[in-house]
Design a protein around this ligand. Sequence first.
Ligand code: PMP
Length: 284
Amino acid sequence: MPRIWINGKLYDKADAKVSVYDHGLLYGDGVFEGIRVYSGKVFRLTEHLERLYESARSIWLEIPLTREQMAQAVEDTVRANNKQDGYIRLVITRGAGGLGLDPRKTADPQVIIIVDDISMYPQELYDNGLEIVTASTIRNHPNAVNPRIKSLNYLNNILAKIEAIRAGCLEAIMLNANGEVAECTGDNIFVVKNGELRTPPPNAGILDGITRAAVMELATKDGIPVREMTLTRHDIYVADEVFLTGTAAEVIAVVKVDGRAVGSGKPGKMTRQLRERFQVLVRE
Ligand code: PMP
């Protein structure tokens, strides 16, 4: 039975609750992080907390804990759950308030830490690659809710995910308002072309992924040229390889996009190399 941390106290899953007046529920007003635990060690906690505090700052939400206190709370909750390998969901809501938007009417931001098992793609998809489609729902415009904010309002991504599911896929490419490739509903996207690794820059309207950064570092260490650049669907269709990165997905090959085979139609060499390197990195 998971033990869930809320505002400094541990609760059984059945007793871990927030108010129905919480603006996190009423308006998606809050921020979150998804983090992995590998062999008892929290992966890139500092980077995740950096992103969490930036998301919070961007929406004028003050987290009532210092980063050090938050890091300690995360570690404590992992220990309390005796979890060697798992997934951490860190959630900060604006707190309970009136039935109006005004965030000043909320008083008690809820800090929630859930440590549970990780649900990943089936092994078969890691071996053979994923089929994805392009969604017609575009990614949020950066001047609306910037995708760099990992906010509790994920409807933009959920709508694209529904399109993926209805097309018989598990992921979908989301374009930005300029029609350029941004990312997938819960993963960042990379292409390999002529030995070079390419991915859209943060200002394409993406979540600046922690796994994305780790994979770019690993590629650079292996002497692979890495370039952040604007990508269109054309670049995806003519790519030698395509893969996705994310905390839950790690590194996974894409072998079909919009019904077209990517490269050879099988997980590519560089994708397999970087997936292997990533597996080693997380266990270091
Ligand atoms: N893009 C979106 C929209 C996401 O929600 C996520 C996280 N699930 C990612 C990309 C990947 O980011 P990270 O590697 O930090 O998990």
